[in-house]
Design a protein around this ligand. Structure first.
Ligand SMILES: *Cc1c(COP(=O)(O)O)cnc(C)c1O
Length: 451
């Protein structure tokens, strides 16, 4: 093959979520393997991946316990489904484990191949529940602007991002509330507590306007991830949950990023001290070593859905690879590593240093704020700090910062005008210092060019 990897990638791969002018300019980074938090490209160049892949590779790229669990299960039973009253032993064990480590005293689990499918599945479950409980109009879904819930037709409709208009989405009946980002959305002189109160009042108003009996659920990420790393404002879930409860509207926690330690507790809902009606899990569920998502139902939804399914004698839903034995074996090992093998403690121990690094960089006159929770954080670039004025979009400031980082051997993600960091739990303090040093050098270089 005389062509470069780059040209070969471009010739036959259709890129998703990729800035195409950047690719045409800089080419594709084609990777062959990784070790610890580093990935290596076809030219042997090494990059510190400050995003854990896509938020998910919390144990790094070559954890022996995970690859061994996968290899052993591939050798033992490399694939099976979970239809027609059959499922693998690994699937049974993972469901037991997920309920055990969930905040629910009991419940049930349904498997998918991704977070998007898990959100889709949850919505289908709720729609089925409405029909079976004599309330077929109970179909509307409430989420927040900048909330990210996936890319299937339903989960993209839930996602509060303007780019979905290229598909003619959202579908009808998907309602997006104000983004709970205090720094950007808070009004002059408004305290964080008053901001939360305003968001809760907006929810009340929307429920009143739409009719409580038309709303199937409220979905929220404990920390908005792909919408820019936006932690919930003070008291947010404590303000919102009673309103939902009063109207009988389930609160679904989309914990696809937060789940399994990212925010410093096993679940984001534990970090924010609330118990949802169901949890959507994926990403770190298998430490990124296998595509898998899960709907984890708490007691009330689990009982009602089981009843609805019993009435029909079947829940007519499932994916060919739902509950895949290799994915389940990997998830069991990953959960063991995080909860019993010290990975959660490792993540917790890194948080103060992570926050201090973000805080230090936020003193730059072109950083408007740093924000984050646990081991997920963002730095937002601004042209003017006092007025929070963003840079002109045509300058592509965050893309330039991320590209400069790549040149320095650091992968981090531009998101709007922010730079997102989401390091793996196995990162050492020395590697964290390397991450911040490279990012600081890149910020300085790009800000000097654009100011
Ligand atoms: C990534 C993500 C999803 C979608 O998961 P996929 O596996 O990419 O389909 C859903 N919700 C949240 C919060 C996510 O971060």
């Amino acid at each position: 093959m005389s062509q470069s990897w780059d040209a070969r990638a471009d010739a036959h791969s259709f890129y998703g979520f990729t800035d195409l002018p950047t690719i045409h300019d800089r080419g594709t980074v084609v990777l062959t393997h990784g070790h610890g938090p580093y990935v290596v490209d076809v030219n042997g160049r090494q990059y510190l991946d400050a995003n854990s892949g896509l938020w998910n590779m919390v144990a790094g790229f070559d954890h022996p316990a995970l690859t061994q669990a996968a290899q052993a299960q591939f050798a033992r039973f490399p694939g099976y489904h979970a239809f027609f009253g059959r499922m693998s032993d690994q699937t049974v064990m993972l469901s037991e484990k997920l309920i055990e480590v969930s905040p629910f005293e009991r419940g049930k689990v349904f498997y998918t191949n991704s977070g998007s499918e898990a959100n889709d599945t949850m919505v289908k479950m709720l729609w089925m529940l409405g029909i079976s409980e004599g309330a077929p109009q109970r179909k509307k879904i409430i989420t927040r602007k900048n909330g990210y819930h996936g890319v299937t037709v339903v989960s993209a409709s839930m996602t509060g991002k303007p780019y979905n208009s290229v598909f003619g989405l959202p579908l009808d009946g998907f309602i997006h509330l104000t983004c709970p980002h205090y720094w950007r959305e808070g009004q002059d002189g408004e305290t964080e507590a008053a901001f939360t109160t305003r968001l809760a009042a907006e929810l009340e108003d929307v429920i009143a306007r739409e009719g409580a009996d038309t709303i199937a659920a409220f979905f929220a990420e404990p920390v908005i991830g792909a919408g820019g790393v936006i932690p919930s404002p003070d008291g947010y879930f404590q303000a919102v949950q009673p309103i939902l409860k009063k109207h009988g509207i389930p609160l679904i926690a989309d914990e696809v990023i937060c789940g399994f330690g990212r925010t410093g507790s096993v679940w984001g809902c534990q970090t924010y001290d609330f118990i949802p009606d169901a949890i959507i899990s994926s990403k770190a569920l298998t430490a990124g070593y296998f595509p898998m998502g899960a709907v984890i139902l708490g007691p009330d939804l689990s009982d009602r859905l089981q009843h609805a399914a019993d009435m029909m004698e079947e829940f007519p839903h499932g994916f060919t690879a739902s509950g895949h034995p290799v994915g389940c074996a990997i998830a069991l090992k990953s959960i063991e590593l995080i909860l019993e093998g010290g990975l959660l403690e490792q993540a917790q121990a890194l948080i103060p240093r992570f926050e201090a690094g973000l805080e230090a960089l936020s003193h730059n006159s072109n950083i408007g704020e740093w924000r984050g929770k646990g081991l997920m954080g963002a730095l937002e670039a601004v042209a003017d700090k006092a007025s929070k004025t963003p840079f002109d979009g045509s300058l592509s400031v965050s893309e330039r910062i991320a590209n400069t980082c790549t040149d320095h051997g650091l992968i981090c993600r531009p998101l709007g005008q922010s730079i997102v960091l989401c390091p793996p739990f196995i990162m050492t303090t020395a590697q964290m210092d390397e991450m911040f040093e490279k990012l600081e050098a890149s910020l300085k270089k790009v800000f000097a060019e654009v100011t």
